[in-house]
Design a protein around this ligand. Structure first.
Ligand SMILES: [Zn+2]
Length: 275
């Protein structure tokens, strides 16, 4: 079975339980374009017109409120490096759909890698989790300029210079998360080489805030940024449980066309790959 067909068949049962509010993007594009875009790369531009609204599985975080961090500068100003906080084993995890992923590290990009409605924010936080068989789940969070962030101050008040490592003795990982865990989710990739796919992305909708001085401290290390440009959506479907983000109201025939379109696309994909 082709990867595209498999993805579509995977999504088809899910589609039936979603409150779909848009005609499918795949149905709107010429079939050749759809078949060509079978990659699942990150980051992406998350917009009302490419996102589906529906119920998403709960995220159950278990994070230490006082853990040590090893904060390393992996090679600024190189754009593929970052300030990365390595976590002690068993200091944090997230369980979703019955699978538990352990937190390995978190790091930052400037400007944000993911766009929300085609707009970047000054920074983006990535919390990288891995399950027992090294499947990755990344929790992303946009960071806006706003009030001073005292939770992140132990890191940002003393950012390590290139290849340096600083120790932070007492960090509350819970302060990285918002109260409201509504999110955008899709299947993507690492945003640095080797751009491995199969990464589950959970982009939290509620942004963090940091003071302009804190953001500037990070930018000083990466004056040209450390961000991969947005990638075209392949056969990914972005799902969200954020009310009101997906603005258009569905028509019953749109919903029927999506299901029919998915079936048709799967059939044609199989045919074309046999030819
Ligand atoms: Zn990242």
């Amino acid at each position: 079975m082709s990867k595209l067909t498999f993805r579509i068949l995977q999504f088809a049962p899910l589609a039936s339980v979603l409150f779909l509010t848009q005609p499918p993007v795949v149905g709107a594009a010429p079939l050749d374009d759809v078949l060509a875009a079978t990659e699942e790369q990150s980051p992406v531009d998350i917009r009302p017109d490419n996102t589906y609204f529906g119920r998403l599985s709960p995220l159950q975080f278990s994070l230490s409120s006082n853990t040590a961090l090893s904060v390393v500068n992996t090679g600024s100003p190189d754009h593929e490096s970052a300030i990365k906080a390595n976590i002690l084993p068993r200091a944090g995890s997230v369980t979703v759909d019955g699978t538990t992923y352990d937190l390995a590290q978190f790091h930052f990009h400037t400007p944000s890698e993911h766009l929300e409605n085609s707009k970047a924010t000054p920074l983006e936080l990535h919390m990288v989790f891995a399950d027992a068989t090294d499947n990755l789940l990344v929790v992303g969070r946009w960071i806006n300029q706003g009030s001073f962030n005292s939770a992140l101050d132990p890191i940002f008040s003393d950012l390590p210079l290139a290849t340096e490592t600083h120790q932070v003795s007492d960090f509350n990982l819970n302060l990285l998360l918002p109260d409201n865990l509504q999110s955008f989710r899709y299947s993507g990739s690492l945003t640095t080489p080797p751009f491995t796919e199969g990464v589950t992305w959970v982009n939290l909708a509620q942004p963090l805030e940091m003071a302009a001085s804190q953001i500037q401290a990070y930018r000083d290390l990466f004056p040209e940024g450390n961000t991969r440009p947005v990638q075209p959506l392949g056969d990914q479907n972005i799902l969200t449980d954020v009310p009101g983000f997906v603005i258009n109201v569905p028509e019953p025939q749109t919903y029927a066309m999506l299901l029919a379109g998915l079936g048709l696309l799967g059939f044609m994909s199989r045919r074309s790959r046999q030819a």
